[in-house]
Design a protein around this ligand. Structure first.
Ligand SMILES: *[C@@H]1O[C@H](CO)[C@@H](O)[C@H](O)[C@H]1NC(C)=O
Ligand SMILES: *[C@@H]1O[C@H](CO)[C@@H](O)[C@H](O)[C@H]1NC(C)=O
Ligand SMILES: *[C@@H]1O[C@H](CO)[C@@H](O)[C@H](O)[C@H]1NC(C)=O
Ligand SMILES: *[C@@H]1O[C@H](CO)[C@@H](O)[C@H](O)[C@H]1NC(C)=O
Ligand SMILES: [Zn+2]
Length: 472
């Protein structure tokens, strides 16, 4: 689908809610995309709209005019990582420059070899529309956009920009009432403590080794969203969750992508209230390798959500809210599975009282204490506070803090006006040396199953029990 012809105007500006109150901007809004600490809004407005709304735009706003027909707009950003992990040869800026210099040749080469990318003969295969040291906006072919994560510099992530106008709905104050109530009445409960303590580490080890292929049984080489392994993982996850009494569906969201695995435990009482816990099961490996075990990213979050399901079954827990456990796909291509799902939840006017995404729970720098990181920029502060206070009660061994690493699937829910946060492994930038690497297996130094259990038991299961209400 063409997003626009040559001459199309783009406005890229730091997000403020005021922008979306202008009708001509809100109807040309294509979403928020992160650069460092800033959420940047991308618009494709008419020139009259740009003129009439000029005073609203930030002084750092950029207006660019595409010289070619716009294909698939794709946002690129550098993730917040520990400086010691970075390539010592390239600065973050030059690693993306050298990626761009080689991009035409790489695309043509891969198009010939693997028939994965499409490169029109008449241009370089892309147009660079916007660039900062840590982010960029390119127009590339649709097929290239969906696969470009496989050739990106390791610490850069890509996200497909929506081809149609999108909504950004602030979380309404009344949607926070339930979280506030749970937070203000929270106290240690011995029954909750005994349930969450029973999460099984040996079971988690077995589960993640199936997902990474380390058990030599699953045959999974990769869970990249387009891989055969991702489909094996989806079917297996559905079966495992169904064995715990959940009702599950494989929900496709875009042609070619492995589906979301959506599992539901209905409430025992008549209520619309829904608590949602999730992870993403798709993975990313090293450039040039077909191996993408995704042990930490995000096998760890996925084994944690599955461990919660197994505990629900073992303890015979029935909930007083609807509970959804979801393993998303398409996260590495720009939160695509969760965006589609969160949009559907908004259209259904779902009453999601709390949503918590688990992404990368396992890696602990040798010598550092076990940690729990929460997103510094994108998410609902009240939910983060609830998670922090639940943590102090049930996993006091965890050092809780914020991370600038940004934006897993909770962003999709936050942008649809649902209270949402994320739990992750470090109260600081990403330090896992196997991040986005084909060596991201679970059997390695620093991969800490006890930390995964601490996070799973508290932030997810205890928060779930306190928020949803339950009976045994
Ligand atoms: C959450 O924990 C903090 C730190 O212990 C405490 O000051 C705060 O009162 C707690 N919040 C609520 C709402 O209980
Ligand atoms: C899986 O196969 C590899 C390579 O043959 C071997 O090193 C490893 O020990 C095997 N793992 C298991 C769990 O059997
Ligand atoms: C559940 O509650 C809604 C709203 O209060 C009501 O309309 C509906 O009839 C109830 N359903 C059942 C099965 O009691
Ligand atoms: C959503 O669920 C909460 C918790 O049960 C309830 O207090 C609230 O009224 C519900 N909101 C709507 C819009 O039904
Ligand atoms: Zn991830």
């Amino acid at each position: 689908m063409l997003a626009g012809l040559a001459g199309t105007l783009l406005l890229i500006t730091p997000f403020t809610p005021e922008l979306l109150r202008e009708e001509c901007l809100s109807t040309s809004f294509r979403g928020n995309y992160i650069d460092g600490q800033t959420a940047n809004s991308v618009f494709l407005p008419e020139s009259a709209c740009l003129a009439s709304t000029w005073p609203l735009q930030d002084s750092s706003a950029s207006i660019v005019e595409a010289t070619q027909d716009i294909q698939q707009l794709t946002w690129f950003r550098r993730e917040a990582i520990e400086p010691s992990l970075a390539d010592t040869v390239h600065s973050s800026q030059s690693e993306f420059d050298s990626f761009l210099q080689k991009l035409s040749t790489t695309l043509k080469h891969i198009a010939r070899e693997q028939n994965v990318f499409t490169v029109p003969d008449n241009n370089r295969g892309y147009e660079l529309l916007y660039r900062t040291p840590t982010a960029a906006l390119l127009s590339v072919s649709h097929r290239t956009a969906e696969n470009i994560d496989t050739i990106l510099p390791r610490f850069w992530k890509s996200a497909l920009v929506s081809t149609t106008p999108v909504n950004s709905i602030p979380v309404p104050d009344e949607a926070l009432n339930h979280v506030r109530h749970v937070l203000s009445t929270l106290s240690f409960d011995t029954e909750v403590a005994s349930i969450v303590d029973s999460i099984s580490v040996p079971q988690m080890i077995q589960d993640v080794r199936f997902l990474t292929g380390e058990d030599n049984i699953s045959g999974i080489m990769s869970r990249h969203s387009f891989s055969e392994g991702s489909r094996t993982a989806a079917r297996w996850l559905k079966e495992q969750f169904e064995d715990t009494g959940a009702k599950c569906e494989l929900q496709p969201f875009l042609t070619g992508f492995a589906p979301n695995v959506v599992c539901i435990y209905p409430s025992t009482v008549n209520t619309t209230a829904t608590v949602l816990l999730s992870s993403h099961y798709d993975s990313r490996g090293s450039f040039g390798s077909t191996r993408a075990p995704g042990g930490d990213d995000d096998g760890s979050g996925t084994m944690a959500v599955l461990a919660i399901a197994r505990t629900i079954a073992r303890k015979g827990i029935k909930f007083h809210s609807n509970v959804q456990l979801i393993a998303f796909s398409g996260e590495e291509q720009g939160l695509l599975g969760s965006k589609a799902y969160a949009k559907k939840m908004r259209e259904m006017d779902a009453n999601i009282t709390v949503m918590i995404q688990a992404d990368m729970l396992a890696y602990r720098v040798p010598g550092e204490p076990a940690q729990l990181g929460q997103p510094k920029y994108i998410g609902t502060p009240e939910v983060a506070q609830l998670v922090a206070n639940v943590s102090a009660l049930y996993s006091p061994e965890l050092v809780v803090g914020f991370t600038a690493a940004c934006c897993s699937d909770h962003q999709s829910f936050h942008e649809q006006g649902f209270p949402a946060t994320e739990v992750s492994e470090r109260a600081g930038p990403i330090a896992d040396p196997m991040y986005h690497h084909s060596g991201d297996v679970s059997d390695r130094e620093g991969f800490d199953f006890d930390q995964v259990k601490s996070i799973a038991k508290v932030q997810q299961l205890a928060t779930l029990l306190h928020t949803a209400g339950y009976e045994l």
